[in-house]
Design a binder for this molecule. Structure first.
Ligand code: PGA
Length: 266
């Protein structure tokens, strides 16, 4: 496991002048495997303490390692995820092959390995969103509210600083809605879809306000390609042009980084 002395806080001097953001815990690990184990330890401890915990879940390459570590840790600790409730951040809207949906990703990396079924509101309703964006958005916010809110929200970060599909420019007061995907996001998804032109143009995503209401937020970033976005999120101004910087308004947020992702922080 990584050295606990690696825990740092973003320098005060770097905070935006127009607003005094709260300090962000920055947890730097030597490797993504160490970082994943640390995140898994927290997730599994939460579920051990509260078997019906409400988890906010993300997709993407980073989370593959996180979920594998969660499955391993839960097994070694004998912690059951049978009763957890989950809400994923987003889903593509439009014609998407079933195996490319985030539901399929979650089956492969989370629900399947844990041997559990997703709940009825585990994902925003992308099919409904195609014709009734407002209805689908409201239904998802309502479902999260009925569950009592998110206990722990996992997040990745895009190279453009997006969290979920809150593309720049994003607003801290944004709620679940249908969005147009940014060119950077579509380019990064291109490999999985066999070409950028096959990546859907739209998605339904929770908003920054939805994310900021979670009781704990854990953003995870691996690799040097994320370093510029991480650096701007932590040391640049708090601004919707770098959506992850808006997390600095949250009372319990950590950035969990491997050496590559932390390489711009000095
Ligand atoms: P990644 O995506 O984990 O595949 O890098 C993260 C994100 O875009 O939020």
């Amino acid at each position: 496991m990584s050295d606990p002395s690696a825990e740092r806080r973003a320098p005060r001097a770097a905070r935006a002048a127009d607003r005094e953001p709260l300090p962000v815990k920055v947890l730097r690990h030597g490797s993504s495997a160490d970082a994943a184990r640390a995140v898994a330890q927290e997730v599994v401890a939460l579920v051990a303490e509260r078997p019906t915990a409400v988890l906010g879940l993300a997709t993407g390459g980073t989370m593959v390692e996180i979920y594998a570590a969660c499955v391993e840790r839960a097994a070694s600790e004998g912690v059951s995820f049978d009763r957890v409730r989950t809400f994923n951040l987003d889903e593509y809207v439009g014609p998407v092959a079933p195996e490319r949906t985030f539901r399929a990703y979650m089956e492969e990396h989370f629900f399947g390995p844990f041997g559990i079924e997703p709940g009825p509101h585990a994902f925003p309703d992308a099919a409904r969103a195609a014709t009734d964006a407002l209805g689908a958005a409201r239904a998802y916010e309502d479902a999260i509210g009925r569950a009592g809110g998110i206990d722990l929200q996992l997040l990745g970060i895009g190279r453009n600083g997006h969290v979920a599909f809150n593309e720049p420019p994003a607003s801290a007061s944004s709620r679940t809605r249908v969005v147009e995907l940014d060119a950077v996001t579509r380019a990064d998804a291109g490999a999985a879809f066999g070409g950028v032109e096959r990546v859907p143009a739209r998605a339904i995503t929770v908003g920054l306000a939805t994310i900021l209401e979670a009781r704990r937020v854990r953003l995870v970033a691996f690799g040097a390609s994320k370093a510029p976005a991480v650096e701007r999120a932590l040391l640049g101004p708090v601004t919707g042009t770098l959506p992850a910087s808006l997390l600095r308004g949250h009372a319990d947020v950590s950035f969990v980084l491997d050496a590559g992702a932390a390489s711009g922080l000095g």
